[in-house]
Design a protein around this ligand. Structure first.
Ligand code: NCD
Length: 355
């Protein structure tokens, strides 16, 4: 069964197709309004969400389908100790497609392995968030018309910001993309992502120095819920605040993105600057999720089409994943499984931590 767990599960051609369908939905919404009549989307959200869950639900409703689900772990049987594998099997009995968010990294992967309907990762811990990336890409596409030849600055919590990890992976497949990573040293991008950045990148702690070079500025929230120490969060929380005066040195056509929610990192006064695109971005999230639901429901009709069932690079039982946020640390009888990467290293299949 074809699912979307990581943005790299989609080819560049498939991403292009999703962008085109997303734009067509924007221009001709009536064409799509009955396409999912009789179909059900389940949103299984074990972590707070406003945009991701509700844009999935709005997307399915605008396609003529219906929605069911839960928005916190405490109202599902997870509170009684049910495993992700069992939850996924059961939800497959009630819905045609599942969108899942979970604090444990790799939980949607486990769900996809056990569900009999497509599973979409709506964010797993500090790991990845592929549908936010589709949202970001559609916004960049609508603003710039292409993904090649752009300089993107990522600012804030690059360590725990899962949206950053997925967008960097996506951009790494385009020509002449440059990335500037702007963060305090304590919140710099994880090593495993740095190793995979196939393009030119710079690291800095100064937003002011990076600003004039950027075509896209991607601001992020400091991810309080992922810190081990609240003191450390308090010390780092206001590391970057984008204000109107800081924008004076920016290009006139730079676009400011933010996956939202913002806490304090973009001053409200910036909202009226024409370069601020984060609310349009939230709207694009609905359109691109409509395109994605249509694609995965179409793929589900094909027999044996699976992005997850190619097993020859996997080893089980030789290493234990050391990441306490990995789903393998708590899921019942889940074998610790590692996958050989191109560099020869073994990484956990759930959370990508090195063996
Ligand atoms: C992001 C997330 O959940 O990772 N929000 C979203 O999905 N739009 C970003 C965040 O929470 O900071």
């Amino acid at each position: 069964m074809r699912s979307l767990i990581d943005i790299l599960d989609l080819t560049i051609e498939e991403i292009d197709e999703l962008m085109h369908v997303g734009c067509d939905i924007i221009n001709n919404p009536w064409k799509y309004s009955e396409m999912c009549r009789g179909k059900k989307l389940a949103t299984c959200f074990f972590e707070p969400s406003t945009r991701t869950r509700l844009s999935f639900e709005a997307a399915m409703l605008e396609l003529g389908g219906s929605v069911l689900g839960f928005s916190e772990a405490s109202t599902s049987s997870a509170a009684k100790g049910e495993s992700i594998a069992d939850t996924a099997r059961v939800m497959s009995c009630y819905a045609d497609i599942i969108a899942m968010r979970h604090p444990k990294e790799g939980a949607p992967y486990v769900a996809a392995r056990n569900a009999t309907v497509p599973v979409i990762n709506g964010g797993d811990g500090g790991h990845c968030h592929p549908t936010q990336t589709l949202t970001d890409l559609l916004t960049i596409y609508r603003e710039k018309g292409h993904f090649d030849n752009i300089t993107v600055g990522f600012c804030g919590d690059l360590k725990f910001g899962r949206t950053v990890h997925s967008l960097i992976h996506a951009l790494s497949r385009y020509e002449n993309v440059k990335v500037i990573l702007i963060s305090p040293e304590e919140l710099s991008i994880p090593q495993y992502i740095k190793q995979e950045i196939a393009f030119d990148y710079e690291e800095t702690t100064s937003l002011e120095d990076a600003m004039p070079k950027l075509d896209v500025l991607y601001m992020t929230r400091i991810q309080r819920e992922r810190f081990d120490s609240l003191e450390e969060y308090e010390r780092l929380k206001d590391s970057y605040i984008l204000t109107t005066d800081k924008l004076e040195s920016a290009k006139e056509d730079m676009c400011i993105l933010h996956p939202l929610p913002r806490v304090n990192e973009i001053s409200v006064a910036v909202d009226s600057d024409p370069r601020a695109k984060y609310f349009e971005q939230a709207l694009n999230g609905k359109y691109v999720r409509m395109a994605l639901i249509l694609k995965l429901l179409e793929e589900a009709k094909k027999p044996g089409n699976s992005a997850l069932e190619n097993d020859d690079k996997y080893i089980t039982g030789e290493h234990i994943c050391k990441n306490p946020r990995c789903i393998s640390s708590c899921e019942q009888e889940l074998p610790h499984t590692f996958k050989k990467t191109e560099s020869g290293a073994y990484r956990c299949v759930y959370c990508e931590t090195k063996a």
